[in-house]
Design a protein around this ligand. Structure first.
Ligand code: PEP
Ligand code: MG
Length: 546
């Protein structure tokens, strides 16, 4: 049997399944308000202690963040509002569940990164009830090398796993930005999220996990294991064998850039030899801000990223607030359909000055450092928006002005949109969700949200042709750039730069060094002619190998 999900940490692992399940408390939990607050404090202290004792930095951050939630005065207040009398309540489960429910709903409604934080709250509430009922909250204990399988791992489960025995993680729920994914990448073990059906596989069953492909095989044969291990090793070897700027085998230059959300990412990008930052997601700096940061504060934050890339290109994206990345100080209004609502550039309709102040800060930061600062706007749909953005950016002395092409409209009208600006970057994550009309965060739709789909590839071709007609450069900064075969297809379709997570760069660079432009063009022509994502991927594998 095989199961598939989203591969979030590459590598091959084989081992017996160790299922992690959490049982709900079925007995009443009697307590007084005083003992509830004492227990909440003990839960926070315990999380803080765990944070101090784990070596892995990302795990430490996860545990500290949870401890902070447990100490949040708003949470204490919500519990206090439900336990008013200073008496011993016969059962406090419903009051505690209700107090947490409000917070969970608010996070879930925000979607994306925030929705994935619901697991943090669930764990704190479970730990609190376990503490009050005098039960040990059971940690995941392993006594032999195992593949951990769960509906969803709590952040602390993931952070405190015994690395000597945890071979891989596979969860039914979760997305690419869940803690399971973040911690697994930090630990360097293979991981798959959104793997529907995996909880039906029995405890102890031997499975093979391919964290690169997002594939689980039950009872793999020796031949299958060997073939996948050999492939993984050769991919890693190829990645480390090529250095320097991106080039195809015929010497065609392809700029290889990195995506960054903060100065730390920019430093990682410099370490892996990125030629610059192709997408600086500025909104990620402000996801937890209730108030707009001052221009001065913004200047400092942008400068820290520019300085890590001194002498190189940094493409700054103006705030892409909204939809999966709501920023509290700007996205205050509830929207029925936020992916199609007021997000990205469209925020100029409701919070115009925020963008102006951000452009002021980007311009000031760019004057203060020696880096090649480009600026682009997200979610540009029509040419007049591109013209307005270019006007505002150029008025501040920003010389290289571009747009993200991530809606079907801007791709179809690329020859008009690009006439207003200097360059474009294809946001293939959003472009795919909008072409396919399928939510990019919904793992049930992952077959539809594939950039391999010829409907998406034809749209990209249209955008690239529009750019080519005007002689303007067009690149890719969505996840598609991080998949070597798909990156080669993008080149065949006409893009000249690729921007990706720093961790993907070496592999893409190594792969591209082996293919020539003519093969990329031939592959692109062929994938445009098929009817499904699988066929397109098959063609690329046949032509390029893996
Ligand atoms: C994209 O949509 O492809 C993109 C790069 O932007 P984000 O993922 O931040 O929406
Ligand atoms: Mg986008």
């Amino acid at each position: 049997m095989s199961y598939s999900g989203i591969g979030v940490s590459p590598g091959i692992a084989v081992g017996p399944i160790r299922r992690v399940t959490r049982t709900q408390l079925s007995e009443p939990v009697p307590a007084s308000p005083r003992s509830v607050f004492k227990a909440l404090d003990a839960v926070a202290t315990d999380l803080e202690k765990r944070a101090e004792s784990v070596a892995l930095e990302v795990a430490r951050d996860v545990l500290s963040a949870q401890a902070m939630i447990a100490r949040d005065p708003a949470l204490v207040e919500a519990i206090g509002a439900r336990l008013l009398d200073d008496i011993e309540y016969p059962d406090v489960r419903s009051q505690i569940t209700e107090a947490f429910a409000g917070f969970k709903e608010a996070l879930a409604a925000l979607g994306g990164y925030f929705a994935e934080r619901v697991a943090d709250l669930e764990e704190i509430s479970d730990r609190l009830l376990a503490m009050l009922s005098g039960q040990e909250y059971e940690d995941v204990k392993l006594s032999e090398p195992s593949v951990i399988v769960a509906l969803d791992l709590t952040p602390a489960d993931t952070a405190s796993l015994d690395l000597n025995f945890a071979r891989a993680l596979v969860v039914e729920k979760g997305g690419p930005t869940s803690h399971t994914a973040i911690v697994a990448r930090g630990l360097g073990i293979p991981a798959i999220v959104g793997c529907v059906g995996i909880m039906d596989v029995p405890e102890g069953q031997i499975i093979m996990v391919d964290g690169r492909e997002g594939l689980v095989l039950t009872n793999p044969s020796d031949g299958e294991i060997e073939a996948r291990n050999t492939r993984e090793e050769s991919l890693r070897a190829r990645a480390s064998s090529v250095v320097g700027p991106g080039r195809l085998s015929d010497r065609t230059p392809i700029s290889l850039l990195a995506n960054a959300g903060n100065a730390q990412d920019a430093i990682s990008a410099a370490t892996v030899g990125a030629e610059g930052i192709g997408l600086f997601r500025t909104e990620l700096l402000f996801l937890d801000r209730n108030d707009e940061p001052s221009v001065d504060e913004q200047v400092e934050l942008y400068r820290s990223v520019f300085e890590a890339m001194a002498g190189r290109r940094v493409v700054v994206r103006t705030l892409d607030a909204g939809s999966d990345k709501p920023v509290p100080f700007i996205n205050a209004i509830h929207e029925e359909n936020p992916a199609l609502g007021v997000r990205g550039w469209r925020l100029t309709r409701t919070a115009d000055n925020v963008l102006d102040r951000q452009l002021d800060a980007i311009a000031a930061a760019s004057r203060a450092v020696n880096a090649d600062i480009w600026v682009m706007a997200p979610m540009i749909d029509v040419p007049s928006e591109a013209a307005e953005f270019a006007h505002r950016a150029r008025a501040r002395g920003l010389r290289r002005v571009g747009v993200m092409v991530e809606t079907p409209a801007s791709a179809i009208l690329a020859d008009k949109v690009l006439a207003e600006v200097d360059f474009a970057s294809l946001g293939t994550n959003d472009l795919t969700q909008y072409v396919m009309a399928a939510d990019r965060l919904d793992s049930r739709l992952s077959d539809l949200t594939s950039t391999w789909h010829p409907a998406v590839l034809r749209t990209i071709k249209m955008a690239a042709s529009g750019a080519e007609a005007l002689g303007r450069p067009i690149g890719v900064c969505g996840e598609a750039a991080a998949n070597p075969q798909l990156a080669a297809i993008m080149i065949g379709l006409g893009v000249s730069s690729l921007s990706m997570a720093p961790s993907a760069l070496a592999e893409v660079r190594g792969f591209l060094a082996q293919v020539d432009r003519a093969t990329c063009v031939r592959a692109a022509e062929q994938v445009l002619a098929v009817s499904s994502a699988d066929e397109a991927e098959g063609i690329a594998l046949d032509l390029f190998g893996s």
